[in-house]
Design a protein. Structure first.
Length: 398
């Protein structure tokens, strides 16, 4: 079950919001409703789910409704219509006390503005939310300290905010959001106020943090590069409507309409797509099967080489048709003739980091995991096809 489900969620600002719902049902546009009914459609019938442990990015240009949408999720703004289900419980129907407990225990928020108290120390800022909740002083300091360690601010507990860089101040805000260990963390343009280099560092640190804590994160941004860099899935908004939801690859390779196409047309795919996006299933053989079997498999499959692996799929080498023929003639084994020096990359390596390796090697690149198990191979044609904006060729692996 998804941790959050949003069903037909709508927010209309104005004196007669219910009238706006009727007009939407009649097919009126946001612009027509604003001009003739003097109502503003903030979010229009949003439908999506968020899986536990994923970074779900909501992005769009200014005025698209993304910040309104994220504030609906914790009811900082009350919806006009629709449902918000947290583990099956409807947040929209919560009374004041239930909503207070939901915000305290289940959902946290990190804002674009750091919102740090200048008179408090780093530790004092990190523990503030717990203090408001009435958590015992010793306990809240322990939790705040753990959160500061998570974001790399151990040793800075007694400093004041004005002694920290912008990136460090945002880490304090992040620690404050993490201190009470919420199930879902909302981050509204959290890195937008940072300089570009610091912003990129914070994006990387967020990904590294996510590897450790596996939080469910809803991240709001207007920056496509940021969305592609950190999002497991992306919801792209326009005029209050979610126009497409998908993985970064799906958004880039299969845009839903002309608006999305224009949005992504200038993206350098080589800095977004990875080896895992374009790798293909390799033809493989175990060394004990012998060179005659290897040669026959190459004929049957129409390939000129096979990748040699052990029973655990660990890559041992590669054998070509010429190698196999020589082994048969000289009565040698596959391990006697196979080539052990094979260019290897990890699945998460970006395509722009593969170009030099591919230029220097006459063999496809072997994609291996941290245990050196063969996951796929990267051929030049698949890379060129992906960079041209085409889907991975048939036989490729997602």
């Amino acid at each position: 079950m998804p941790i959050l489900e949003v069903k037909q969620l709508t927010k209309i600002f104005g004196q007669d919001a219910r009238k706006g719902l009727t007009l939407l049902e009649q097919g009126w546009s946001k612009e027509k409703i604003a001009k003739e009914a003097k109502l503003t459609v903030g979010v229009n019938q949003a439908d999506f789910h968020i899986n536990e442990g994923e970074i779900f990015v909501i992005m769009g240009l200014s005025g698209s409704g993304k910040s309104t949408l994220v504030r609906l999720l914790n009811r900082l703004i009350d919806p006009t219509a629709g449902r918000i289900l947290f583990r099956g419980q409807d947040v929209v129907k919560m009374n004041a006390e239930e909503l207070r407990q939901f915000r305290r225990k289940n959902i946290g928020m990190v804002f674009q503005k750091f919102g740090l108290f200048p008179h408090r120390t780093v530790l004092g800022n990190a523990e503030y939310g717990l203090e408001v909740q009435g958590v015992d002083k010793k306990k809240r300091r322990e939790l705040a300290q753990q959160a500061l360690e998570l974001v790399g601010l151990g040793g800075w507990e007694n400093h004041r905010p004005d002694q920290l860089s912008g990136g460090m101040q945002q880490r304090v805000g992040l620690a404050r959001g993490l201190a009470n260990d919420p199930d879902v963390l909302l981050m509204d343009e959290a890195f937008s106020a940072l300089d570009p280099l610091i912003r990129k560092d914070m994006q990387q640190e967020l990904l590294e943090l996510q590897d450790r804590v596996k939080k469910t994160i809803v991240f709001i941004t207007h920056d496509l590069d940021e969305a592609l860099r950190i999002g497991d899935r992306i919801a792209l908004m326009k005029d209050g409507v979610i126009v497409q939801i998908g993985t970064p690859e799906e958004i880039l390779i299969q845009p839903a309409n002309k608006y999305v196409e224009r949005f992504v047309e200038d993206v350098d795919l080589s800095k977004v797509l990875t080896a895992a996006h374009v790798m293909k299933q390799p033809e493989m053989i175990r060394p004990e099967r012998g060179p005659r079997v290897a040669l026959q498999l190459m004929r049957d499959s129409g390939v000129s080489s096979l990748y040699v692996t052990d029973k655990e799929m660990k890559l041992l080498g590669v054998i070509t048709a010429d190698d196999a023929a020589r082994a048969i003639k000289e009565q040698q084994s596959i391990t006697d003739v196979m080539r052990r020096e094979i260019p290897q990359v990890r699945p998460d390596v970006l395509l722009n980091e593969l170009f030099e390796l591919m230029a220097e090697s006459h063999l496809p690149l072997a994609v291996v995991d941290e245990r050196d198990r063969l996951k796929g191979i990267v051929i030049k044609g698949a890379v060129l096809s992906a960079l041209a904006g085409n889907a991975v060729p048939e036989g490729g692996l997602a």
